[in-house]
Each structure stands twice: as C-alpha cells, then as structure tokens.
Design a protein around this ligand. Sequence first.
Ligand SMILES: [Zn+2]
Length: 844
Amino acid sequence: MDYSPFQDRFDFQIAQFLFKKVQMSGKNIDELMYLWAAQSLKDHGVAPFTSHKELYTLIDAIPFGDAPWQSFSVKYAGELPEGTPPSWMLADYEVWFRDPAVVLKNMLENSDFGKEFDYGAFREYDEKGERKWKDFMSGNWSWRQSDKIMKENPGNVGALFVPVISGSDKTTVSVATGQNEYYPLHISIGNIHNNVRRAHRESVIPIGFLSIPKGERKHDNDPAFLRFRRRLFHSSLSAIFQSLKSQMTTPRVMRCPDGHFRRVIYGLGPYIADYPEQALLSCVVQGWCTKCTSLPDDLDAPSGLRSQAWTDAMIEAFDAQILWDAYGIIADVVPFTNDFPRADIHELLAPDLLHQVIKGTFKDHLVTWVGGYLVAAHGEARANTIMDDIDRRISAVPSFPGLRCFPDGRRFKQWTGDDSKALMKVYLPTLSGYVPSEMLRCFSAFLDFCYLVRRSVINDSTLADIDDALLRFHQYRTIFQTSGARPEGFSLPQQHSLVHYRKLIEDFGAPNGLCSSITEAKHIKAVKQPWRRSSKFNALGQMLLTNQRLDKLGAAYATFKARGMLEGSVLDATYASLDLSPGDDSDSDGLEDEDDEEQYEGGPVDGPWVLGEVKLARTPQRRYPRDLATFSELISHPHFNFGNLVRRFLYDQLHLASENHPEDISLSDCPRVTGCETVQVFHSAVATFHAPSDPSGIGGMRHETIRSTPSWRGQGQRHDCVFAVIDEGAEGFRALAALRVKLFFSFRYQGTDFPCALIEWFSPAFGGPDPDTGMWVVHPDANEDGLRDTTVIHINTIFRLAHLIPVYGDSTIPPDFHFSYSLDVFDAFFVNKYIDHHSHEIAF
Ligand SMILES: [Zn+2]
C-alpha cells in the first residue's frame, strides 16, 4: 500500500502522533529520534526520521490538502495631507489568505462527509407534522437562494448549491507583527451537517488573516483613519473571495463527498461575527441594529428589516450626514457582499450565541445587574456580604462531570469566557432568597430561551416556546429597571438581537451548528497552538506553515482512511506485514484498564444512534466480601437490612411479567439468596444516551460516568444522583424520579446476573416546578420512622445522571463548607435542568 511520501503506515502514524497529537517541538523530536536510533542500532534498524527537518519535509511533500498561503498588501490610496502625513497613510498592510476555491475543492472531496452532507435545500417535517429545523440546508434561506439560482439561468437547474459560511472573531486575536494585528477568517460550507461542523476538524478551515491597522492613539477618532479601516476590511474580504465569483453564476463539475461528480454552484452564505464586527460588516453605525431599522434608544420596538435594497434606496435619497444620524447607515463604504451575486449582508449576519447570548446578555448584562440590584437594595457593605455568600453557594454545588470546580473566593462577577457557560448551569438556584421573585423569573425565562435556541433540533413547538421565553424575559427584566439596578433600560444591541433569533433559525437552521463557539474552538487549534509552537518571531508566517502541515496530515489521514489503509490497529498491521499473529492483549478501547476507568468523566461517543443504556464499571472492587450474608452484615444500617432489600428486589424481578403481584409482599415470601459467593461491588457505572445538543459524537451519543464511591479524588465520598424512568407515558420530570446511588453492585441468582443499585429516593415537593426558578424541587424520602427510604433497583431503571442543587433558603454557607457534603445536609433540592441541554429537555 502506498503511504507516500511516508515509507509505511507506521511512519505516517508516528508523524501524526508527533506533529498533530502531541505537537512535540522540533528540538524534542530530534532528541526522541536520537534515542530511537540508538535503541534501533541493537537490532540493526533505524529510527523513523533522522530529525524534525526530515519529518517536516515529508509532511510538506504530502500531495493532499494543498492550499498554499499567499499574501497581498494594501495601502492608503487617498490624497496625502500637507506636511508629514500620519504613519497609517504610508504603511503597507499585508493580508494573508489562501485560495478559497482550492480549500472548498478539498472540502468537497473529503469522503468523511459522505453521509453527513445535504445535496440540496429541503424542508423537513417531524412525525407530528411540525416543520423541523436542524442542519443548515433545512432553513428557508438556502431554499430561497436555490430558487433565485434557477431563475437566473434555467441551465442551473439540478446544480448543487454550496453556500460558503464565513466567520471571524476579532476578540480572540491577536497575532501582532509590526504595524499590523491579524485575526483569522474561517470558512465552512452549509451542506455539511451541524454535528460534523461541531466535531470535525476539516469542516471549518482558516482561509485568511485580516489585518487591523494600528494608528497612533490620536488617530483613533479621525474619520479618515476609521474610513480607511472599514475599506481595508471590506476590500480584503472581497479580494479573498474573488476566485469563487465566476462559479457563483456558472456551475462547474466537481467531485462530491459521496464520490459522485456534480455541477456545483457557490454562493456567499452567513457570516458569523460579534456585534462590533457585524456593524462593520453591514456598514451600520455602532449602537444601531444591523438587522432592523429600530432606533438605537428603543431597539426592541417593532420595526422593519434592513436590506441592501432598502439601504441603496436611502443612499439615493439622502446625504451622508442624514443617513448616519437618522438611519444609522455608513454611506461611504460599500459592503464586500455587493461584489457578489445574491448576497445581502443584512440577511447574512448569522446568530452569535457566544457573544450575544452567553457573554453578552448573561454575563455582561444580567449577572452585572444582580450586583447592581444588591447594592441599590442593601448598600455596598451588605451587598458584598451577600455576594460572598452567593459565591460560597456556587462553590457548594454538588459535582457533575464536566462542571468545573468553582473555587471559593473568586468573585463570580470577575469571571470571563468559558466561566460564563459554566456559571449559567448553576447560577439561578444560588440567587434564590436574595433577589425578588421577578428577578428569578427573568433569569429562568432567559435561560430557557438560551437552552431552547441551542437545541440541535428545533420544531414549530420549540419556536413557540422560544417566543414564550422571550416574552417572559422582556416582561420580567423590567424589575432591574424599577429596582434601580438598570435605570436606563434595555436598549442594548446584543440583548436586542434575541428578537431576531426566530427568523434566523427559520432561515439558517439550528444556531448551534453555526455559532461562534465553533470558530472560537477552531481558533484555539488554528492560532493558539501554532502560536505556542512558533518561535514568536515572524509568528504569522510560521503559524501558517504549521496550519498547512496540520491540514496536509489531516487530508492524508482522510485519504488513507477512505482507501481502507488504516483498518485495524497499527500493531495488527505490523504483525501482518511481519507475518506474525497478534497476541490477545491488544485492546485499544481506551476504557480497558482500571486507572482510565477511575478517571473517565464522560464525553462524546462515536458511532450511530443507539438506544441508551447503563452498564456497571468493568472492574469490580476487590476488597469487599463476596458472600451476600457477610456483605449484608457489613453494610446494613439500623434502618435497613441489605439482605432483605435484595430479597424484595429479587421477588419483584421474578414477578415482573405477572400483571398484579401484590405491592406489599411479606419478606418470607421472597426468595433467599444463600451460600453463593457472588456479590461484586463497583464504584461507578457508565450511562450512554442520545444528547445531540451537548458535546456528542457524530451520531449524537454521549457517555457519562455515574459514581458511588467511598473516596473520590481524596475529597471524601461521592454518591451521584440519577434519573430513573418511572412513568413512560408522562412528560418531563413527571416521567422521572430523582434517586441517589449509595452502592453499585451485582449478584448472581440461579445462573442469572443482576446488576443493581442501592438507592435513596427523592419526591417532588410540589405538583409542578417552582414558579420562580422553573425547576422542580425534591425532598429526600423518609419512611414511617423518619429514616431515609432505601431500595434496591435494577440498573436498567437508571436513565442518566441528575444534578441536584440545594435549596439554600435563608441559610448562609460557612466558609469551610465542602460541596461533597451538600447532598447530605440540605433537606430540599432543585432538580437542575440547566446543567446541560439534555437535562433541559427531560427535566422540565
Ligand atoms: Zn433589530
């Protein structure tokens, strides 16, 4: 098999491992190869590469994925003033880019996308007959564009429309060299499914580095300088996309991910950017909405939508000053989209969950306003005490996989970035008791909006729920104004953008496939990691080289895989090439050894959709007695006898099929489990379930580890809570029960293994969710004697982890309180539906 330029599969995989996976420095590669060569001498072999230089040369010689970086420079072309002109007028501004036509060709030829690709715009309906929005091509925009393409030229009928999605994020920069700061421009295509765009490296590719000219501070407000910056931005984008222009009107035959050839026609698709950049893109004055014509001091008032046609008509009718003051139009710059067919920048501005919803509305607005409210209501000193306690409440939230630890003493209002996403999951219950109920309802409405728009599938009912959540949010947020926390009201562009989400979803499908979180994640790969590897000198050029090498390795991997050259493990392949048969200890599952299992928190699972399940850990704990009677003696409490619980469980299991076995069966009628040494104890179990809105594999599946262990990372015991399904006919939390797992174990009876959990029950405190927080409240169940109600259940009754947050009431948390006590000491808990999207979908 031909792995060229690599000698064989082994060399290719070593290259991938060193350069892509562990990103070893050139110096360390040299050292490793030196040691390797020394070792290989013993059996007259050689190391795979002589040095890092050879490795890089080989990667550069990979014939796939070739889209070399190029640059052009731009210079101010206006008249120079008398005397010494400002330096920005004389400087050259370099723009780095690579040909989008080549990048898109590679993307289209990538067979990884074969099954996760839409070959045309479509409308989809679910089993209830509701319209369903998910992947990009299910939206109205691609439908309307396809229509226009056909009307432009009847010869275009049957051509494959490929919308080019762009994104840039100035806030995550910056690579500064000399006069310039650069920030990356990424592209993707609308045909690739959202889940793939979220998960697959090759589906969002950096194609340019836009240049931000740095003037001296005194030029910051110079209209000529600002105009030059805007023009530089638009002319750069226009130049970068030039090579696609002819194929936007005349289709060209290209190979597609399924291996078939089709006539492909391109079009500019949505652009993902935060508000300041959206204003720059759409040539709208800061403070105005880029989508509609409402006035900046009352953004949420109903108004008409902006369009390029409307803007053009206004520019015909009015002079520049009127356009600026009365309509928020910057008339002296032409948006780059005007250079391309069918592209209207106002329509193309995509939703931006990260900056508009998560960082903008949640963190910058609501969380800040709570601080403002506490000061207005209680004065500075008392407000500080309360905020310290809210901080401790946040630290006292029980642990959950993927939930970051909230160290005490870090004032929540100082948190940024990813902290906001984590804070959203736990914040609301910690406010309960300290703010008016309207404020809790405002947060609850906002969080509902946020979790609904982030779902991976949105239907007509979801849209109605989104409308309802937004209405409630607008209604309850007035408490911040009336209470003095936000007297100036809510005319804020980022918060206002929420009113446009419904149309954006209808046009572009589910926003979580399009959000700037994607380009933010890509940014780490595209910029931050290469930046760390570069010598920081001439950083941009080196970064681009690193990117190029990563792309080549990625393209070679995809090609070799498609050709069946990466089947099985490299060890098997080597055995095969040496004509040996492998031993039977070559597990590569990743979950095999005890140590991994101890640490594994959960995460995406590759592979297709399957029915969810819970399985006990693979490795039983060895230090417990295996005889049921002895074990029962060891763990029974005054209030329960473990052996008897097992007998009752067994009775239920054996009579599952019979219609009406009595509820209260006497113990003497239950089977006895005696004599056999079959009890095994486990400290964890793994749940697998379908959660496509959360980080998940391509089939939408996800794993998580449920723990019940006497010692967790040296921080005392940990007994997680879970959901069990108790009534499949009911909706939301009414179908479920919250339980706490005290012990995972299995035993054998008459040749059958029973995987079980010893659990404590919780019951709802009220007949519905708490009206303020929108979350169900549960109490631990007690029996007649006031002791915890404990039962044995079959493990297949468990659905997945549940997150419970104490109802803190008016108690303050002592400073040394540890979150591992929380589930034991409080007597009521919120069932946290905001811990992840899946919980929001099931625990309402
Ligand atoms: Zn608007």
